[in-house]
Design a protein around this ligand. Sequence first.
Ligand code: MN
Ligand code: MN
Length: 459
Amino acid sequence: MERQNAWKTYTKKQLKELEKLNKNYRVFLDAGKTERECVKEIVKQAEAAGYVNLEKILAKNQSVSAGDKVYAVCMKKTVALFHIGTKPMEQGMNILGAHIDSPRMDIKQNPLYENGDFAYLDTHYYGGIKKYQWVTLPLAIHGVVVKKDGSVLEIVLGEKEDDPVFCVTDLLIHLAGEQQEKKANKVIEGENLDVLFGSIPLKEEEKDGVKEGILKLLKDQYDIEEEDFLSAELEVVPAGKARESGLDRSMIMAYGQDDRVCAYTSLAAMLEVEDVKKTTCCLLTDKEEIGSVGATGMQSKFFENTVAELLDAMGNYSELILRRCLRNSRMLSSDVSAAYDPLYAASYEKNNAAYFGRGMVFNKFTGSRGKSGSNDANAEYMGALRKILDDNQVAFQTAELGKVDIGGGGTIAYILSLYGMEVIDSGVAVLNMHAPWELTSKADVYEAKKGYVAFLKEA
Ligand code: MN
Ligand code: MN
């Protein structure tokens, strides 16, 4: 039952393909450090591959038919791509799903304050993080500031070589005797995740001169007033690019690989597969890290509404056809898996863990404490997938998230399964999950993309 390490199997040609894919993956990671930036990059790549915005098609009252490539965006944060197949939509789609939001610190609506001759930006973290991992690192700020007139300022600060970077400070070891006694989840308190933003006071100001100096800079350089923070979405993320890791350069170290490693490989497969019989779909969503809620999360009606619009544009809409299309679909719901970490072996069960280099990961179920909250995929579906993967020489492994009763987690799989479609959790193994810098294996990135291609081609 032990799965082979895929690195042992590669030909020169495959290694070349692997390196090319991983290079493009790093470019994608650098272009998309927020869900908004990811949607922009995905739309750019989709349009270059011939995809047309569904809004445009609807505005012109145009029809959609087999062979067409269409995309739809929800509030600049979630995106769905469709490649219409020759088979009727009623027979279902082959769907790849993943999420493009990642853990981070979001800047509060009233964030700016001064204390001890420092100006700070107050944050509220997003998603599950070990707070102590997010201090004393160079940080960047990405996001948008929307003015009252509706104009949108796009901010990326801390990524260029000569940009300033930001930081959350931590207490020096010399004074940390008491702090070091605390539990890890209390060592750094959520309210202490404040970003150090400046330290020069304005000469003429008597009170809060540093804050005033920052406000003057914001006004002069960006035309941002303090009240504009009220209508801003600014995300604090680790500064810096995705890098190769290991002396053998076998791994990728980067921020946000949960779940952009699955999003990117799904997108790459979607753009690669031509002449589809079943309609293919790639659905890349927001808000997974906080429960898939809100208009841009998987629980919203965006996806269902978009499929309805598509059917209508194909001249074939009815409520029943929509239901049949969704029910007859099959999905690989992709999210990262916990990679086996020998330094923390006690948290894993070795026979059912995901290993770096052993390929794409399938989690028949997720959840915690007795599979609670899990979409438990059907054996029949897994059987069919095994055939597809083996026929296409895709390296894959099966896993669950750690030992029984030690923790757990959820994905978007259970939401799509409500339509009665076959859904399974799949994806790529990650080390340091939810840390500022996460690790993946280049081989797993390569095998995941291969697996998605094989899945999409399946009639
Ligand atoms: Mn995830
Ligand atoms: Mn996650």
